[in-house]
Design a protein. Structure first.
Lengths: 238, 309
């Protein structure tokens, strides 16, 4: 079975500084895969390269069997890869509904779009109540819900979430993680980047630990959760 | 002050002209954070485009009949130059330090002026622009030149069309998204390169339409006309809050009214008798710009001060 996403020896550099130094991993359809690691490990750089915002300096990316090297970001979305970026990055002066509509920018089926917006408001009722409000006025947790909803609006084959729990209260973090679990149970394929390793690994089928641009450890979520070095480095145990 | 209605009418017309040109500064700034200092020349080239079309018309053609074709030609010329500037001068510098495109813009502005001076027939001096002849239109409290009717119709039509386009259409929404966060706009599937080209094209088209109003009002076009008009429109854009299209319209009107009022009434203030008259009008415009930059740098409708550029 070929993977939905196949990354082979991917390298990314900012000028002369190599942020990602040759990583390989894959994501199968229906799976949740997580990249964990500290700040500066290259996780966000990896996602930004997969979605076409950055150009790789080496290696190969295949999505659904098609090479992604050199394809523009706006075309990658059309192929079914959605990216909910670090820090939510909503359009602050547009309303919640307008943000969701932009998530479906490339879709032509207006009836289907309406239906998905309604579904999104069922998933996150608070967004439905505030649909006419500018996105910039929402709380951090609400913004994260909207960012995830917006990414889902393109009906992606693969959803990439970058630090969805960043800066959220423990309750809100739990709510977001529950939502990811729910999406997984509906069969959504997810590539999750998280600093909250405990939460990410307990959801993920597979996980990869990144350190300064390299994958240093890979395994199932369960394996990594019980790995001693992971427990020491990322789960705060000594 | 019994000529107040007349001064208000003068100020509003002048403001509409500034506002139309200011759209080009503000749209481009809103999307790529560049002050396109060649915009005044894009405006000027529209004027020469219109003149060229007029000269191609057989002798005795009425100006009213020729006007639609002159608008078309002006828009084509300005849009070609505006889009060409984006493609060949600014796009290669995207991601470069901000000073680089700014200096390029100034260089392009000089190059375009000199190109018209050197290559357009007899453009080393002002070339006469056709005018609508006949008595001034009488509205009771004030009168306007017949030619101003063009601006009176064109400015609101353009502004309303633009407002509708930006807020109601799919492409307009994409434009707003690109201006608020270009990277994330790409993640939505928006081709931001295309949106940038469109911003330059719309700004250039509005400048071309304004150039005809300028020609009709002053009865001439010349290679330098973009400099002061461009500077005034830039002032209007800053006044209203650069990056905000409604700000550009309002900034234009505020600037036009201020100029008209200052020109007409400053000399009535005791001690300022020497400062009256048209010779001082540019001074008042730029005094206003300095005051805005000091007291409200984000402009009338600006939401916050950008740390960029």
């Amino acid at each position: 079975m070929t993977a939905l996403l196949q990354v082979e020896d991917l390298k990314v550099a900012y000028g002369k500084i190599e942020a990602v130094k040759g990583i390989s991993f894959s994501v199968q359809s229906g799976e949740v895969v997580t990249l964990i690691g500290t700040n500066g490990a290259g996780k966000t750089t990896t996602l930004r390269t997969l979605s076409g915002l950055l150009k790789p300096s080496g290696g190969k990316i295949f999505f659904d069997g098609t090479p992604l090297n050199g394809v523009g970001a706006h075309k990658i979305v059309a192929m079914g890869l959605a990216h909910s970026p670090e820090g939510r990055r909503l359009f602050p002066r547009l309303t919640i509904t307008e943000n969701l509509q932009l998530g479906a920018f490339l879709r032509k089926d207006s009836a289907g779009i309406e239906q998905d917006i309604t579904m999104c408001y069922e998933l996150f009722p608070i967004l439905g109540e505030r649909r006419k409000q500018a996105a910039g006025t929402l709380s951090g947790g609400e913004q994260q819900m909207l960012a995830m909803g917006r990414a889902l609006m393109s009906r992606p084959k693969l959803l990439m979430l970058d630090e969805p729990s960043m800066g959220l209260s423990p309750i809100m973090m739990q709510k977001i993680m529950e939502t990811i679990r729910e999406l997984k149970s509906q069969g959504t394929t997810i590539l999750l980047v998280e600093q909250n390793a405990q939460a990410a690994l307990s959801i993920a089928d597979h996980g990869h630990v990144m350190e300064v641009g390299k994958v240093v450890l890979s395994g199932t979520g369960e394996e990594l959760l019980h790995d001693e070095s992971v427990r020491k480095a990322y789960l705060g145990e000594d | 002050m019994n000529d107040l209605p007349q001064q208000l009418a003068n100020g509003l017309l002048l403001g509409a002209l500034y506002g139309l040109i200011a759209i080009g500064y503000t749209m481009v700034y809103g999307i790529v954070q560049l002050i396109n200092f060649a915009h005044g020349e894009i405006f000027m080239i529209g004027g020469f485009g219109a003149l060229t079309m007029w000269l191609w018309m057989p002798n005795g053609t009425s100006l009213l009949v020729a006007l639609p074709l002159m608008i078309l030609m002006a828009v084509i010329c300005s849009v070609l130059v505006g889009v060409g500037a984006e493609r060949f001068a600014y796009r290669p510098l995207r991601g470069a330090p901000r000073l680089a495109p700014l200096i390029t813009a100034i260089g392009l502005s000089i190059a375009l002026q000199q190109a018209i001076w050197a290559w357009y027939p007899e453009a080393t001096k002002s070339r006469p622009f056709p005018e609508f002849s006949g008595p001034r239109l009488d509205f009771g409290a004030f009168t306007i030149e017949r030619g101003e009717l063009y601006l009176l119709i064109a400015a609101p039509v353009c502004m309303i069309a633009l407002g509708f386009f930006v807020s109601k259409t799919r492409t307009g929404r994409a434009m707003q998204a690109t201006s608020q966060d270009p990277d994330t706009a790409k993640l939505m599937g928006i081709n931001t390169d295309r949106i940038i080209v469109m911003a330059f094209a719309i700004g250039a088209a509005f400048a071309a339409i304004a150039a005809i109003a300028h020609g009709l009002r002053y009865g001439e076009v010349n290679f330098k006309m973009g400099f002061i008009a461009g500077l005034k429109a830039f002032t209007a854009a800053v006044l209203g809050g650069i990056g905000n299209i409604y700000g550009a319209m309002i900034g234009g009107v505020v600037l036009g009214l201020s100029e008209a009022m200052a020109t007409a009434y400053i000399a009535d203030i005791p001690g300022m008798e020497q400062l009256g008259g048209g010779a001082w009008k540019d001074v008042w415009a730029f005094v206003l710009l300095i005051l805005v930059l000091l007291l409200r740098p984000q402009g009338l409708l600006g939401e916050r001060v950008s740390d960029r550029a």
